[in-house]
Design a protein around this ligand. Structure first.
Ligand SMILES: [Zn+2]
Length: 348
């Protein structure tokens, strides 16, 4: 079984590799080239530097959003062929779909206390459960990503802080066969082919467990490749599509949530002191038949107002998004260092 290196070892690796990585990136980035090619060279140099500090199991794609093409990838075969739970990344297409389809009001808020009782509270029982319980009983509850709760959150805040219970509270909007088929069609149009296929299976066969119904928008019963998730975010970020008013507003709210995630939410560790704003979403997807082992995801894009560069990083058995988040932070830090060396990055 392949376990990634713990975070302390990763920090050590960062210190050791930094001089070599910096030499590499400066050599590559300062090659004579046109400004567009210079940015591409800088992105490739930063990506290669990130690979040098990354743990075993990293799968990553860096993508040119405006030209819709891959700039560089790590473990390319696995990125296309291997399927994983998208975890909380699934909150992004779920929210986008529900808002754009008019099924969810942009004004909707949920008060997260940190406890979600699928069958209501009970005087007989008060018990924390995990995702191995398929049919919760009265009095059993799931905890949220913030144990004490996120308080009252709207759509953008729920995305920024990855409030599981906000999304669980929407489960009824994605339960009928008609809703699932409509969501499947939407996912397919955004490049989420495997997820679309699975949603159609669920629509046709029906009868998901209570756990899986509650966790649909949290990605638990779904599988996607890293490439597929990259296509989704690349489609979301491109700004050359004329959306109907409702879909444009849905996109604005989702991107606002990703901007908040990168500054005050789950990806705030990116921390660039407000000089450069990144869009971000983190996720951790449970391994099949496991309730404590998770794969980690981190999606980042820049510049926030009109993204040109998208990085999707994924680490097998990363125990959450921490390791891919560290890798992503390193990528952007190197890229912005190159910018400081004089390679043009026209705008933040
Ligand atoms: Zn919450």
């Amino acid at each position: 079984m392949a376990f990634c290196r713990p975070a302390s070892n990763l920090s050590l690796s960062l210190r050791k590799i930094r001089p070599a990585a910096l030499c590499l990136l400066i050599c590559l980035a300062l090659l004579p080239s046109a400004s567009g090619a210079a940015e591409t060279n800088a992105v490739i140099a930063a990506f290669r530097a990130m690979q040098m500090i990354a743990p075993r199991g990293l799968i990553a794609i860096v993508y040119d959003v405006q030209n819709q093409k891959i700039i560089a990838s790590a473990s390319d075969t696995a990125a296309r062929a291997d399927l994983f739970s998208p975890g909380s990344l699934m909150k992004v297409p779920s929210l986008l779909y529900l808002l754009a389809a008019g099924k969810l009001s942009a004004e909707y808020t949920y008060h997260c206390t940190g406890r979600y009782y699928p069958r209501g509270e009970s005087t007989l029982r008060d018990e924390l459960i995990h995702e191995d319980v398929r049919e919760p009983l009265a009095g059993q509850w799931y905890t949220c990503s913030a144990a004490k709760g996120h308080g009252t959150v709207g759509a953008a805040e729920a995305l920024a802080h990855s409030c599981n219970h906000y999304f669980m509270s929407l489960h009824a909007l994605l339960e009928s066969a008609a809703d699932l088929r409509s969501f499947a069609e939407f996912c397919k149009s955004y490049g989420l082919a495997q997820i679309s296929r699975r949603l159609l299976e669920i629509a046709n066969v029906g009868a998901l467990s209570t756990r899986d119904r509650l966790h649909l928008s949290l990605g638990l019963p779904l599988r996607a490749s890293v490439y597929e998730m990259t296509l989704f975010f690349a489609h979301l970020l491109r700004d050359d599509i004329a959306y109907p008013v409702g879909a444009a507003e849905a996109r604005r709210i989702v991107l606002d949530g990703m901007r908040l995630a990168g500054s005050i939410g789950t990806a705030r560790a990116l921390g660039f002191q407000g000089k450069r704003t990144l869009l971000a979403k983190t996720g951790s997807g449970l391994l099949l038949n496991s309730i404590f082992k998770t794969n980690g995801w981190c999606v980042t894009a820049w510049p926030a107002h009109r993204p040109r560069i998208l990085l999707v990083s994924f680490v097998r058995e990363g125990y959450g998004a921490g390791v891919p988040l560290v890798c992503s932070r390193y990528f952007w830090k190197i890229l912005f260092s190159i910018s400081a060396c004089g390679v043009p990055h026209s705008s933040d």
